[in-house]
Design a protein around this ligand. Structure first.
Ligand code: URP
Ligand code: ZN
Ligand code: ZN
Length: 459
């Protein structure tokens, strides 16, 4: 069945124009004015709407055993939430821990997603230890189409790698042409500061941020950059939260280090006072790196507008109220993470584009195109062009609503962004030419999503 999108204003990086789009066999085959539609073509009227390339969330956790529990979404609930919010592709962190076999972990993560996601997806493969088998296992995983790695400098004895393991991972990544994403916080300092604060009787969620201060993130970011510099590998800092860490990344970049930066939605919109709320309300806003002092938000918005921050992801990682209460006696036991996959596009559009902090071009770039380019999905994803997958978001800029757990699709009993007004939302979302969402409701085919195979491209 073919699809025609009529009269929309198409917005892709570097171009904005009114045209029709014709889609056949999952891809865009024609773009132009007053295109003829063969009989039996499904027609979507996009008059007054913006037509964006499907948005890409480069940092998502769906299946995640972590901190004595599991993140709440399944691939079915998470992908439907993604689609309702305009995200048509997500990259999930495959995160076996140090005691798990990497290849078995990779197969497990793949099996959880296969046949269950309503949108397309890919993986970043976490390297959580480096032993004799690691090189051959990672070669197999890259050959299977997972051409990006993840390392954690935080989470000592669980996901975290030491400097020797980081070096070996980066050195292999350079040889394989694979980009390495990194969670940059100094694990030793976090462990020491946690112990010190607990010994002082400081157990509430408001102490999470002081246990991982900005300097701890800046150190991790700077160290990652130095290791990139000395291995020649290409890196990508995930969920950067503050000015000090940004400076560390940009200083390295200015001396030629191949380093890219992601920040995530919570750090643009929420500050550390959310985690300082009493009891479980504070716990709901515990994530790592933590929410920061408010002045960092302006720095992040400016850096995003100027392309010093490449992408905006979510680090979607939902834990419900009951799970958060695992940390009621000690902040170190609060499962770290917050949902976001459903709200990223609307909140970025509202508080970025509508508030004049981002132009439309940078909005599309940071929420879709840049990730597609960095992670080997472009031009199949991340743009609107003849031959590209017909992942399209027909966006209603006149919609007015409010983020709320009462109405969201994410499998979680709260939203970290509860009550925030939104000014715009997708009215139709397609995945490879099939309408999956209409007016905030999933109307499509569950399990339609495919794993996206990617080639190494960072030699
Ligand atoms: O708090 C967070 N970020 N939870 C998810 C795991 C991670 O570090 O990305
Ligand atoms: Zn992380
Ligand atoms: Zn994460």
């Amino acid at each position: 069945m073919s699809l025609m999108i009529r009269n929309g204003e198409i917005v892709a990086v570097g171009s904005r124009y009114k045209a029709d789009l014709y889609i056949e066999d999952e891809v865009v085959t024609r773009i132009g004015k007053d295109l003829e539609a063969p009989p039996n073509t499904e027609v979507v009227d996009a008059t007054g709407k913006l037509v964006f390339p499907g948005f890409i969330d480069p940092h998502v956790h769906i299946y995640l055993p972590f901190m004595a529990t599991f993140a709440k979404d399944t691939h079915e609930t998470g992908s439907i939430a993604a689609l309702v919010g305009g995200t048509t592709t997500y990259i999930e962190m495959c995160c076996p821990n140090r005691n798990d076999d990497a290849l078995e972990g990779y197969q497990l993560w793949k099996s959880k997603a296969e046949g269950n996601s309503a949108c397309d997806y890919a993986f970043h493969m976490s390297v959580t230890k480096y032993i004799d088998e690691t090189e051959s296992q990672l070669r197999q995983i890259v050959a299977d189409g997972t051409a990006s790695f993840k390392i954690f400098l935080a989470y000592k004895n669980f996901f975290g790698v030491d400097d020797a393991e980081m070096y070996k991972t980066l050195e292999l990544a350079k040889r394989l042409g694979v980009i390495v994403t990194a969670h940059c916080e100094n694990a030793e300092l976090v462990a020491r500061l946690q112990q010190k604060l607990l010994a002082e009787g400081k157990t509430g969620p408001e102490w999470h941020e002081p246990s991982r201060p900005e300097s701890v993130e800046a150190e991790g970011t700077g160290r990652f950059a130095t290791f990139l510099e000395n291995t020649g590998a290409t890196g990508y800092v995930v969920h950067l939260s503050c000015e000090k860490a940004l400076r560390a990344a940009l200083t390295a970049k200015s001396r030629g280090v191949k380093i890219h930066v992601e920040s995530v939605l919570p750090h643009f919109l929420l500050d550390k006072t959310y985690a300082e709320r009493p009891g479980v309300e504070g716990m709901k806003h515990v994530m790592s790196p933590p929410l920061r002092a408010k002045h960092n938000q302006d720095v992040l918005w400016d850096a995003l507008a100027m392309r010093s921050i490449d992408t905006v992801g979510t680090d979607h990682c939902p834990f419900d109220t009951e799970q958060k209460l695992l940390g009621k006696d000690s902040f170190v036991n609060i499962p770290n993470g917050i949902p976001g996959i459903e709200d990223r596009v609307n909140l970025l559009y509202t508080y970025g584009v509508k508030r004049g902090r981002l132009d439309l071009d940078r909005f599309v770039d940071s929420a879709s195109t840049r990730a597609a380019k960095l992670f080997g999905l472009f031009p199949r994803k991340g743009t609107i062009a003849v031959g590209s997958d017909a992942d399209l978001v027909i966006y209603d800029p006149d919609y007015r609503g409010v983020v709320s757990a009462q109405s969201h699709q994410v499998n979680n009993d709260y939203s970290g962004f509860e009550g925030m007004p939104i000014e715009g939302r997708p009215s139709v979302v397609t995945v490879r030419g099939k309408v999956q969402v209409r007016d905030g409701k999933f109307v499509g085919e569950r399990g339609r999503g495919k794993m996206l195979k990617r080639e190494p491209s960072h030699f």
